[in-house]
Design a protein around this ligand. Structure first.
Ligand SMILES: Cc1ncc(COP(=O)(O)O)c(C=O)c1O
Length: 233
């Protein structure tokens, strides 16, 4: 299972050589790649990369959803499957939930038909892009030691703290004291390595417009305190 367009959680884009290697692996061993294109609609600095699915349609199952464009609570998504899997997956889905909610699908179809979905995504792209830019500007001024990782894409950014700062547990406590819930990447690594810098994932889509600046204040204050080992605020 891979997230080639925007790796979850570090945010890198799979290189052409690695894309090719995955496709070769899938095609030579009749393997199946599951391509999770979870936020492909939001690319800011570059052209979107094409789906791997197009390179080997019989060996890649492509998954997408409206979770990032409209909201995860809708539970609306889609799969583009190799032909051999369409029937078994449909059957498995039937036994998993018997019925799919229909009204949401009809509404989505209407949004697509009238281009309202497209307009919405384009407007959100501009908004998230400017939020990301503002976040980076604030970090450059107020916490320049913190490194932002990943491509300009999606709804989150991963920040790496310099060595010598507060450990992850303390960082979470500092964030909580500033009214923030920060997710550090400790449990996301395949192999734990205490020498690795503390990193956090920051989502910038959720705060309301009027609350965004205050959220950045809290984030920058948290990071400044964490960088100085939990001593400043
Ligand atoms: C890697 C990844 N895939 C998929 C999703 C979306 O999941 P769903 O469509 O089930 O809401 C997310 C949401 O954060 C995600 O991080």
């Amino acid at each position: 299972m891979i997230t080639p367009a925007h790796q979850s959680v570090l945010g890198s884009v799979l290189s052409p050589a690695r894309r090719r290697a995955f496709i070769d692996w899938a095609c030579t061993g009749s393997g199946l790649l599951i391509e999770d294109d979870y936020d492909g609609e939001f690319r800011y600095g570059r052209q979107p990369v094409g789906a791997l699915q197009a390179m080997a349609p019989e060996n890649v199952a492509y998954l997408g959803s409206v979770s990032k464009t409209l909201g995860p609570a809708l539970r609306l998504g889609w799969m583009v499957l190799p032909r051999r899997l369409v029937e078994p997956v449909s059957e498995a889905k039937y036994y998993a939930d018997v019925q799919t909610e229909v009204i949401g699908q009809l509404v989505l179809a209407e949004l697509i038909r009238t281009h309202a979905y497209d307009r919405h995504v384009r407007a959100r792209r501009l908004r998230y892009r400017s939020r990301r830019d503002e976040l980076l500007r604030r970090l450059a001024c107020e916490a320049p030691e913190v490194r932002a990782r990943g491509a300009a894409a999606g709804l989150h950014i991963t920040l790496e703290l310099p060595p010598g700062g507060a450990p992850a547990g303390e960082l979470r406590a500092i964030a909580a004291a500033h009214g923030l819930a920060l997710l550090d990447l400790g449990r996301s690594w395949h192999v734990a390595d205490p020498a690795r810098p503390v990193s956090v994932m920051v989502g910038y889509a959720t705060p309301a417009d009027h609350a965004y600046s205050a959220a950045l204040d809290a984030l920058c204050a948290t990071l400044r305190a964490a960088v100085s080992g939990g001593k400043a605020s």
